[in-house]
Design a protein around this ligand. Structure first.
Ligand code: BTN
Length: 270
């Protein structure tokens, strides 16, 4: 990807730091945030040696086979709104893939973008006391994946046979992010984007399994859930706080926060 200075036409972009190869742009953004880097610093890499995913997973980041980008933000929003930054980033990526690549991806709550049921992109949002880092990994030209993810991962090339201009796509993602982030700051919550998010949600009104990774159930916490079997739920979309609404066999709605679980479509990854 050839990066150029037109990125500075996007109001939120204040600085761009580009690496040929680095450990992880999220790690770099975190280091720089502690040294005072400004809101709107964008970290880009052609290759990552330690690309990070959610839940301590890795994100394959081979040279120039994807977009590997992290945006450092210094938002003034309440901590409970921070997960919504992941959700609005997902909408920005979906919009850009529609505009630039004429694709119709879906969002796998909370942080994956799917194409034809496989993972095309992931978002890793990490927050500290005075910063939020939004990391975006999107497979563009990958032709083959390692055996552990080959059944579940995909790239734009694998789905379309085409090699797109990655910079155009990155630019459009950042433009969309800029617009959505401005609105998010004005509204201070996610309600303005709820309908669009749910319209692009994989598994909406379909059966899903909820896979807990931290079974921290407590009767006093209204957001905690007790899932000790693989109950089947119907996915009813997200609410204005960005939590997922899952309807159980008894028709009761269970509210699930993104930290707690992974979702699986009944018969597949999606
Ligand atoms: C996930 O799949 O759970 C999220 C993947 C996020 C990957 C991106 S690539 C750029 C940024 N740097 C990282 O180390 N991770 C994110």
């Amino acid at each position: 990807m050839k990066i150029n200075s037109t990125l500075f036409n996007i109001p939120i972009i204040n600085s761009v730091i580009e690496y040929d190869c680095t450990d992880s742009t999220n790690i770099k953004a975190k280091e720089f945030s502690k040294r005072g880097s400004v809101h709107g610093t964008l970290f880009l890499a052609h290759k990552q040696l330690n690309g990070k995913g959610r839940l301590n997973r890795t994100f394959d980041s081979k040279k120039d086979e994807g977009i590997y980008a992290s945006l450092l933000l210094r938002p003034n929003v309440s901590p409970n709104q921070l997960p919504n930054i992941t959700l609005l980033t997902a909408v920005a990526i979906v919009r850009a893939l529609k505009t630039i690549c004429h694709l119709t991806p879906l969002i796998k709550w909370p942080n994956d973008i799917l194409l034809n049921g496989k993972k095309l992109a992931g978002i890793l949002t990490e927050a500290g006391p005075d910063y939020v880092i939004v990391g975006i990994g999107l497979n563009t030209t990958t032709k083959s994946f390692s055996s552990d993810i080959e059944k579940t991962a995909t790239s734009i090339f694998l789905e379309t046979g085409k090699t797109i201009d990655s910079f155009d796509l990155l630019y459009n993602i950042m433009e969309e992010f800029n617009d959505l982030y401005e609105q998010f700051i004005i509204h201070s919550d996610f309600s303005f984007l709820l309908e669009e998010y749910n319209n692009n949600l994989a598994n909406l009104n379909q059966e899903v399994h909820i896979i807990p990774h931290d079974i921290s159930y407590s009767t006093s916490n209204p957001y905690s859930i007790k899932v000790d079997n693989l109950d089947t739920f119907l996915c009813r979309g997200i609410d204005e706080n960005g939590a997922l609404l899952c309807e159980g066999p008894d028709k009761k709605i269970t509210i699930i926060n993104s930290g707690e679980v992974s979702l699986r479509g009944k018969n597949s990854y999606s």
